[in-house]
Design a binder for this molecule. Structure first.
Ligand code: HEM
Length: 402
């Protein structure tokens, strides 16, 4: 696509504007009525709900092997091979090993442990005047849970927490990709830590955790994962299981505080916690975008996508598409109507969708259970700055306890 005269929006996913506050750019690209061409990266930005959905369902035309983050696909950052970066049928074979843990039945079987985890991590905060609900609660809970699944104990998982934030969420102003010394050092440290853990898993399979053990012992197509491959799995699963959910859970408190009527409703009726968490995922989608490459020609809203073109699936934009959602830019936990695309669709649909929903609900309910009220500390709120994930990574609340 060389006809740059069609382009009305100047969009670069790594620009300061796009990494800091992309909502207006997304709106302008949606108004173009078709995918937006970015010549510099040989890429199409998919910003409209229908385009994202229909491309996601063209499984045979998508190639996941070149990476799933914009940095991997567009900048050539290293791609850890896991089922997340495989095409069907390989994706099915490896992902299928973990599927039983993530079905509703699989997650419900873990509910007592998950409830205890949420309760235990919240307990030290009760009675405090202020809390940073992201750092001190939601991000710890999800990382400890992911660590448990892979055999890391509580303290080991907590040690990984900051490293994950430093790999994924740390960006210096104008930084393109995860290239800063902070990102690199954290990635190396986490890799080293997990490398040591794999040695322990090999010596004693009981140290592998339920998911780690299945991966370590599985034989697919006559072969097992070697240490390098296992490291990719541990690294990727720890990261995807620890990020996004904490930002959306913290964001739920932000948006409720900004909408006092809805906050009052949730405080009075904790069963609304799930709706509030899911509306936060729609309104402020933490998986800002994921990346894939076309492996066949196809058409999307009149645009000729060619095999080899890069594709940016911008979920944060699709979830605000005004042609899909009434009052798309309003936060409304009582919203009914069409399904959002927070957890994707198609062969790579989010493995952790049900777990994220339950954990979001449990974490919001836990605070509601103990708090008579809460409000934002306006200068205690910080958003992630970057191309891949979006949401809150510092969220200080002033608490009034029951
Ligand atoms: C609010 C929280 C979360 C959101 C918004 C989210 C969103 C997404 C999205 C949009 C995708 C891509 C779907 C597609 O390609 O159609 C995805 C994939 C994935 N998610 Fe999540 N996710 C969340 C939490 C989690 C959690 C807690 C886990 C725990 C393991 C997880 C694991 C995965 C995995 C493994 C994939 C890749 C699946 C594959 O390639 O087959 N996610 N997620």
């Amino acid at each position: 696509m060389n006809d740059d005269t069609r382009l009305t929006v100047d969009y670069d996913p790594f620009s300061h504007e796009a990494m800091a506050e992309p909502a207006d750019l997304y709106k302008a690209m949606r108004a173009e009525g078709c995918p937006h061409w970015i010549g510099k990266y040989n890429a199409w930005a998919l910003t409209r709900f229908d385009d994202l959905r229909s491309a996601s369902l063209k499984n045979a035309a998508l190639d996941f092997t070149h990476g799933q983050t914009p940095g991997q696909l567009l900048l050539g950052e290293p791609v850890p091979t896991t089922f997340m970066t495989m095409n069907v049928p390989d994706n099915r074979k490896w992902r299928g090993l973990l599927d039983p843990f993530y079905t509703p039945a699989g997650v419900e079987a873990e509910r007592p442990r998950l409830e205890a985890l949420v309760r235990d991590e919240f307990a030290p905060l009760i009675g405090r005047d202020t809390v940073d609900i992201y750092h001190e609660f939601t991000s710890r809970v999800m990382c400890i849970n992911s660590g448990y699944n892979l055999g890391l104990d509580h303290d080991e998982a907590v040690a990984c927490r900051k490293l994950i934030d430093d790999i994924l969420l740390y960006r210096e102003p104008g930084q393109v990709g995860a290239t800063s010394p902070v990102n690199q050092a954290a990635a190396q440290q986490l890799g080293g830590l997990l490398h040591g853990h794999i040695a322990k898993m090999r010596r004693d399979p009981m140290r592998a955790g339920p998911h780690g053990r299945v991966l370590m012992e599985a034989e697919v197509d006559g072969r097992r994962l070697d240490d390098g491959e296992l490291l990719n799995y541990l690294f990727s699963l720890l990261v995807v299981g620890s990020e996004t959910t904490p930002m959306a859970a913290a964001g739920t408190f932000y948006y409720l505080a900004r909408h006092p009527d809805q906050k009052a409703a949730v405080l009075a009726d904790p069963s609304l916690a799930r709706a509030a968490f899911l509306e936060t995922c729609r309104f402020d989608q933490p998986t800002n975008m994921l990346a894939r490459r076309a492996r066949a020609d196809f058409e999307l809203s009149g645009c000729p996508i060619k095999a080899g073109d890069n594709l940016l699936f911008i979920y944060a934009s699709a979830n605000r598409d005004e042609s899909r959602f009434e009052r798309a830019d309003e936060y409304d936990i009582f919203r009914t109507g069409p399904q959002d695309i927070s957890f994707g669709v198609g062969a790579h649909f989010c493995l952790g969708a049900y777990l994220a929903t339950i954990m979001g609900e449990l974490m919001v309910q836990q605070l509601i259970h103990h708090a008579a009220d809460f409000e934002l500390i306006e200068d205690g709120v910080e958003r992630a700055y970057g191309e891949h994930l979006s949401g809150f990574m510092t969220m200080k609340l002033r608490m009034r306890w029951k």
